[in-house]
Design a protein around this ligand. Structure first.
Ligand SMILES: C[S@@+](CC[C@H](N)C(=O)[O-])C[C@H]1O[C@@H](n2cnc3c(N)ncnc32)[C@H](O)[C@@H]1O
Length: 275
């Protein structure tokens, strides 16, 4: 059901009402623990119709955000910095699938939201009180003069070739504050198997899915363009490949790795800055 946007959000023209989806999710008493129910109950229930992550299963959208925040909480518990999260970066924030949970979990934190799409940046600023950052295809050009206690990078390297991924890691790692944490999600072994079995889910041809899986097995990094694109596609990147990068950098320690931990799909790996 379409509804008029609440007053402060009127300048955004297209919204969907997601109350029904959340009610359906909450009515499934076997699915959620009491703590998870509280999180879903409290989270902002407004979604931009431009949000490409909001598909035909609205309940799933809220489960994915919930799963992200649970991984983040586990990372923070592993890092022992749970009480001092004052500044957070969600990069790429999209239209706030995870950001809405970050806002709920850390109401007093400054939350920065970075993504390439200016409409999505504006939506996250207005809907969730985030501070927007305009990204670039070249991460070396992204202007950002802050450091963060927590950076969540959900499903970006899953679309990039090796060189931009390395530039992204440079960008993100240089913006983590002392004793801060960087959380990265990736298509690991589990997602790579799914790609080969059900390549249509990733918008890939069968041949592209097989080539990603072969390169992943050989080097830990497989990538293929989306059909018709030359700069963006689907990547599978192993936790070992990511680890190798952070081992080469001084002052970083791996604190968390959960294979297919995000929504039983993407691997989640986290590093803490020690210096
Ligand atoms: C799979 S979505 C994930 C979005 C969000 N993390 C979520 O979970 O809903 C990938 C996002 O990366 C964004 N993106 C692509 N290239 C980017 C870049 N160079 N800098 C920042 N964001 C980018 C896309 O616009 C899209 O919003």
């Amino acid at each position: 059901m379409k509804i008029a946007a609440p007053a402060p959000l009127r300048k955004f023209k297209r919204f969907v009402d997601v109350q029904t989806a959340c009610r359906r999710l909450l009515s499934n008493t076997d699915l959620l623990t009491p703590k998870q129910r509280d999180l879903v109950n409290g989270v902002a229930k407004i979604v931009s119709l431009d949000d490409e992550m909001y598909g035909r299963r609205p309940e799933h959208y809220f489960q994915v955000g919930l799963s992200a925040i649970e991984n983040i909480n586990d990372v923070l518990a592993a890092a022992g910095v749970g009480r001092s999260i004052k500044r957070i970066l969600d990069f790429p924030c999209g239209h706030g699938r995870v950001l809405r949970y970050l806002r709920q979990q850390f109401p007093a934190a400054e939350i920065y939201a970075g993504v390439i799409d200016t409409g999505a940046v504006a939506f996250c600023e207005e809907a969730f009180g985030a501070i927007g950052i305009k990204s670039d295809t070249d991460f070396r050009k992204v202007a950002l003069d802050r450091k963060f206690d927590l950076i969540w990078c959900g499903s970006l390297i899953t679309h990039l070739q090796e060189e931009p991924t390395l530039q992204l890691f440079e960008f993100l790692s240089s913006h983590v504050d002392r004793r801060g944490v960087l959380v990265i999600t990736t298509h690991g072994s589990f997602a790579t198997q799914l790609m080969v079995q059900k390549s249509h889910k990733y918008g890939l041809t069968e041949e592209a899915a097989r080539s990603i899986a072969a390169a992943y097995a050989a080097t830990g990094y497989g990538y293929a363009h989306y059909p018709g694109r030359t700069d963006y596609g689907i990547a599978a990147v192993s936790p070992d490949w990511i680890r190798a990068y952070f081992r080469r950098k001084e002052g970083w320690k791996e604190i968390y790795c959960k294979e297919h931990g995000w929504d039983d799909h993407q691997d989640v790996i986290a590093f803490a800055r020690q210096d």
